[in-house]
Ligand binder design. Structure first.
Ligand SMILES: Cc1cc2nc3c(=O)[nH]c(=O)nc-3n(C[C@H](O)[C@H](O)[C@H](O)COP(=O)(O)OP(=O)(O)OC[C@H]3O[C@@H](n4cnc5c(N)ncnc54)[C@H](O)[C@@H]3O)c2cc1C
Length: 442
């Protein structure tokens, strides 16, 4: 293969890379784009429907969000809704009811406090008592035909398109992008081995040669930080990979039932919902287990993770500080327990019964092969967990997206931000007014 040149190369065909390809193809005059993916298909890792919670988060039920954060996430989710509407693409979103359930006085008070402020953003939000919960989700509010006796309340929304197949979204975004742009190459089975500086460009080493790009957007999940480190960027961060597993059970809920989140943790508490890929089943989870992998269930990624970690005094001190916090230690140990054969399901059912009090151990099956990996960032300077998504943008046309949850929901919002930086760098135009009309309209 001779030396090929592109204006933009995107590394990774998950939902982040696919959304960026779409926004550049649809709304910019960038001349040439390549999307490089090491697997044989798009959305092979965290963006596949089986690997995440299939929730288009919109800020209404996430009890750890401030009002500003809720508004930001609602706007990002709205862009996905608009994309589906404008393109008419099917098979991506499903409509179902959703609620966040408070169990016990403290949680009930928390929901009461959030209700009025949140209604300014979500006018159809309702505060449900036990009977109200039972009317929407009988097995949650009225297990065995009797109303639950403990203090119970829920913030609930009527059926909305809140269940998303982000794998289907990824495929759709790429299909649209290829259709719209005559010089967009999607190369599968194409692992980027290294990114190196070149005069006024960046050189990417591939299995079958070398290509050059003026701008490179690395959208490779946890691998993004490894590329950044190799180029001397983002050294402030390390990754704590956190695997999320699910349990399957016969379907007992009509929609998404979330539980109140511990605001000190970066992950949503467990929830129950219909598995959109297997409608007769529900999934419960995800759990959160720290693992030394860059990719779930791939042992080959362990050495990559260890190389990237480069254990030194800062890394050791940050791990010690994070695990020194009793609530994080307890959380980590509890989640470790959930993964153990035989014992795990017995421990997990106790947590799941907060949602479904009548759930039995025999009904739960560990969902093998389900659940991906959240690249949780550790801030080595502040010696703490870094909350929220992370982007490392470098002035010379390099950017690295490391996208934990709700990264899939934010894919288009993130892509618009990245596309603005890339087009500015290239001296190209991004048609913001069309983006606003199409993706941010009513
Ligand atoms: C358990 C769990 C639950 C979640 N729930 C939700 C949810 O309900 N809602 C939500 O919005 N988000 C959720 N998320 C987060 C969401 O899944 C991710 O933020 C999103 O899928 C990230 O997409 P991505 O494209 O950045 O990464 P990925 O989907 O991981 O894609 C990265 C791609 O880069 C490729 N790649 C890596 N290295 C190379 C290389 N060297 N060369 C070429 N290609 C490479 C990989 O093969 C992969 O295809 C959840 C995540 C987990 C783990």
């Amino acid at each position: 293969m001779g030396l090929q040149r592109y204006e933009v190369v995107i590394v990774g065909a998950g939902v982040t890379g696919a959304a960026l390809a779409y926004v550049l193809a649809r709304y910019s005059d960038v001349q040439s784009i390549a999307v490089l993916e090491k697997e044989g298909r798009a959305a092979a890792l965290n963006s596949a429907a089986s690997q995440n919670s299939q929730t288009l988060h919109c800020g209404d039920l996430e009890t750890n969000y401030t009002l500003d954060k809720a508004a930001e996430v609602r706007r990002a989710a709205g862009m996905v809704l608009r994309y589906v509407e404008v393109t008419g693409e099917g098979g991506i979103l499903q409509r179902m009811p959703k609620m966040v359930l408070a169990v016990g006085e403290a949680e009930v008070e928390l929901l009461r406090g959030r209700f009025e402020p949140l209604r300014t953003l979500f006018p159809d939000l309702r505060l449900l008592d036990t009977a109200g919960v039972a009317a929407v989700e009988p097995e949650v509010g009225r297990p065995g035909g009797r109303l639950r006796r403990e203090p119970l309340m829920a913030l609930a929304r009527p059926p909305t398109p809140c269940a998303a197949d982000f794998g289907a979204l990824t495929v759709s975004l790429l299909r649209q992008a290829q259709h719209l742009h005559p010089r967009l190459d999607l190369r599968l089975n194409c692992r980027v081995q290294a990114i190196e500086p070149a005069p006024s460009a960046h050189r990417l080493r591939l299995p079958d040669g070398v290509i050059e790009a003026r701008c490179v957007a690395v959208c490779a999940g946890a691998h993004s930080l490894a590329f950044a480190h190799a180029l001397g960027h983002g050294r402030r961060y390390a990754i704590l990979p956190v695997a999320g597993s699910f349990y399957h059970a016969p379907l007992k809920v009509r929609g998404k039932v979330y539980t109140v989140q511990d605001a000190r943790l970066p992950f949503a508490a467990i929830h129950a919902d219909p598995d959109i890929t297997q409608p007769q089943r529900m999934r419960l989870g995800p759990t959160a287990l720290a693992v030394p992998f860059l990719e779930r269930r791939r042992w080959a990624s362990v050495p990559q993770f260890l190389r990237m970690l480069r254990v030194n005094a800062d890394v050791a001190a940050t791990f010690a500080h994070v695990l020194g916090q009793p609530h994080l230690r307890r959380y980590a140990l509890r989640n470790l327990l959930y993964e153990l054969p035989l014992l795990g399901v017995r421990a997990f059912v106790r947590e799941a019964r907060k949602i479904l009090p009548d759930l039995r151990v025999v009904e739960l099956r560990y969902a093998h092969g389900h659940g991906g990996l959240r690249p949780q960032l550790l801030d080595l300077e502040a010696r703490r967990l870094h909350f929220g998504p992370a982007k490392i943008a470098v002035a010379d046309g390099l950017l690295f997206n490391i996208t934990p949850s709700p990264g899939a929901t934010s894919c288009l919002a993130n892509a618009v931000e990245d596309a603005a930086g890339i087009t500015a760098q290239l001296g190209r135009r991004l048609r913001q007014e069309e983006i606003e009309r199409d993706l941010m309209g009513p």
